[in-house]
Design a protein around this ligand. Structure first.
Ligand SMILES: [Zn+2]
Length: 306
């Protein structure tokens, strides 16, 4: 299970969303059989999208985050909703690159030069779409830039995935600090100072998990929050608001894949029917296979004609 702790500082200057997503990213790794750098890239996008989803106002709101670049990963897509349900995929899960100059998995190199698009479906007639050029392809700074440029919002985003020797996900998590409209200048200065000295988020999670043996997930998140914000001046300390679930969930169904099959068009569908007599569709998020028989395909053709 994955969880996110949310809080607000006592002066009303900022909100914080802090999550441990190790299980969610490990699930994605198993489904997509990703290499370490692909695990890190996909895991950061899933975690970022998951946190952004939890920031949405209504339970039916959802969003899609799409990273596209000229690197080997090609593209990474994640969708998330306000209920903390997240799914995603990486176009090339087998991308393999040497470690970067600071000895870390080279996510920026795997993505390359490109852009990130965020689509927010808030139940209005048209979704809200914003695209910006990537800052460095390392995901966190790209999403920070997205908020700044597309939504005129100041945020600080940290995302991290640590891959174990056996290639499984050892630790994964992220944090979004969202400045509120009436933020005090001093709060911003204090946060900047605090963030510049902060160890990587995966190190903090590792520490909190190791020290929190026997504690609940909520308890571990509370100590993690305290470790990060506990040294700030009293008025900028964080008060816990609530805990939200944040988990991998694919909501695909035969109906949904059938609708996708219909979009390939009458001519191609006719061809599949004549040549194969059936069609197999794989969900790109969870890799589940759906088989559509002759009768189903004939029905679809009828529907298109009608
Ligand atoms: Zn699926």
């Amino acid at each position: 299970m994955g969880k996110c702790i949310t809080g607000i500082d006592l002066s009303g200057s900022y909100r914080v969303y802090l999550a441990i997503t190790t299980d969610m990213v490990e699930e994605a790794r198993k489904i997509h059989d990703t290499t370490p750098v692909a695990t890190a890239a996909l895991g950061r996008v899933l975690t970022g999208a998951g946190l952004m989803g939890l920031m949405l106002k209504n339970n039916s709101d959802k969003l899609t985050v799409l990273f596209k670049g000229d690197g080997q990963a090609k593209q990474i897509l994640a969708t998330a909703n306000a209920l903390g349900q997240v799914k995603g995929y990486i176009a090339n899960p087998y991308v393999d690159l040497p470690l970067n100059s600071v000895g870390k998995l080279d996510v920026g190199g795997a993505i390359g030069i490109g852009d990130v698009t965020v689509i927010k479906d808030l139940g209005l007639k048209d979704p809200y779409v914003g695209t910006i050029a990537l800052v460095d392809g390392e995901i966190a700074d790209d999403l920070t830039a997205y908020y700044f440029i597309s939504e005129q919002q100041n945020t600080a985003i940290s995302l991290g995935v640590k891959v174990d020797r056996d290639l499984s996900v050892l630790h994964s998590g992220g944090m979004i600090i969202q400045m509120l409209p009436d933020a005090k200048d001093e709060a911003i200065d204090e946060l900047e100072k605090m963030l510049s000295d902060l160890p990587p988020i995966t190190s903090l999670i590792e520490e909190a998990v190791n020290e929190g043996k026997g504690k609940t997930e909520e308890g571990i998140l509370e100590s993690l929050l305290n470790r990060i914000f506990g040294e700030l001046k009293d008025e900028y300390r964080v008060k816990v608001l609530d805990f939200k679930d944040l988990n991998w969930l694919c909501d695909c169904s035969k109906e949904r894949l059938s609708a996708a099959l219909m979009t390939i068009g009458k001519k191609d569908l006719q061809e599949i029917l004549e040549e194969d007599g059936q069609a197999e569709m794989t969900c790109q998020f969870c890799q589940k296979k759906y088989l559509f028989d002759k009768v189903h395909l004939e029905g679809l053709l009828e529907e298109i004609k009608g």
